[in-house]
Design a protein around this ligand. Sequence first.
Ligand code: LLP
Length: 432
Amino acid sequence: MFVSDCLGVNGAGHLTIGGCDTLDLAAQYGTPLYVVDETQLRQNCRAYVRSLAHFYGGNGLALFASKAFCCKEVIRIMAQEGMGLEVCSGGELVTALSVGFPVERIYFHGNNKTPAELEMAVRHDVGHVVADNLEELRRLDAEAVRQGKRVKILLRVKPGIDAHTHNFIRTGQIDSKFGFALETGEAMAAAKAAAASANLELCGVHCHIGSQIFDVSPFELAAEVMFGFMAQIKAECGVELRELDLGGGFGVQYDQSDTPRPYAEYMEAVAKTLAAKAEEHGLAIPFILLEPGRSIPASAGITLYTVGAVKEIPGVRRYVLTDGGMNDNPRYILYGAHYTVLNAGRAGEEAGETYTIAGRCCETGDLIQEYTKVQPTQTGDVLAVLATGAYNYSMSLNYNRIPRPPVVMVREGEARVIIKAETFEDICRNDM
Ligand code: LLP
């Protein structure tokens, strides 16, 4: 029934997370409330670390794509779990540096890093910069010269794979703002420019083929295409690259229609592909990087809301009006994302009623889920939306000047605040 191991139902029929009663959490911290289970978060990291150890003999590193959930405590946990970190902005980098995340394990992404961000990355000796375009390569080279440093880089490559169709296709020319195209020769031109630079050390190549992917085959194909490109670089530039970053994109379960595969299955398939390609090209298997974002925190998080009213429009539909909405979870209005919604106080009962769960913004589309099955619900009840640990807090907004909710981390029955609630003072802080 549930989309995560950290959830349960206690004797009172209430939803629990990490051994805490969600109604108690709502009463203690107020709603809306983000709740994250530390044990689940750590377990999700370990699945990657273990898999890399098993299939690559530890010759790899899983980078948490911090955009999925960037805050100090989450980054501290990533450091403790032996993860690397993918950042794609000065803000994410500063968060990581502020908790002493090991810089050598940070990879700096972004399709248009500002001059200030490049300056920061070089000054702080960030492990690798992932270069997106020729102009950026030139700017990074100049910055490295200016600071008298040699910067390790990867090149972001578009392998020409569309992972979003069920029968994925190779496209001749990919329409994406990210990275260097293989087909046009742009990626090879970038490799040659990087290899010729005294201040840039070309370590490897990177690709990221999409997000919320369940099929294994697009990942296998990406590995094949990318390894082929590495062999071509060796042939044309005489440089044997040591690192291959295969990006993130592993799907998670939001409701019963999602059927993610165990990561080990994906890892095994990709490891086999790489072994075959290595033999074919007479190359060693490179150091493998993965960039899971969503699949690290998604299943560890839920959001709690209090129902203000149930509005029945006869012959039309029943709205449940919550005290949150698109501000704390913009994924429905952006993508029509599906979620599982429960009445937290009646979690053990059948979800037999159909409701549309709405927020409180001045926006008709401010919905969390439409026509979804929930237990009978009335004013004052607490609703739980499951699997909101990824891209919810990190994409939250202040529309209507609504302050962001706090984030509470739970662990074996104990709870602590890891991000304080925003206040009205915070909302006005920068106004003159
Ligand atoms: N690496 C790179 C370079 C990326 O651009 C991303 C995600 C990831 C790794 C992590 O991908 P994941 O494992 O989370 O699929 N806001 C959207 C997702 C946008 C993903 C952007 N890039 C959502 O809420 O579904």
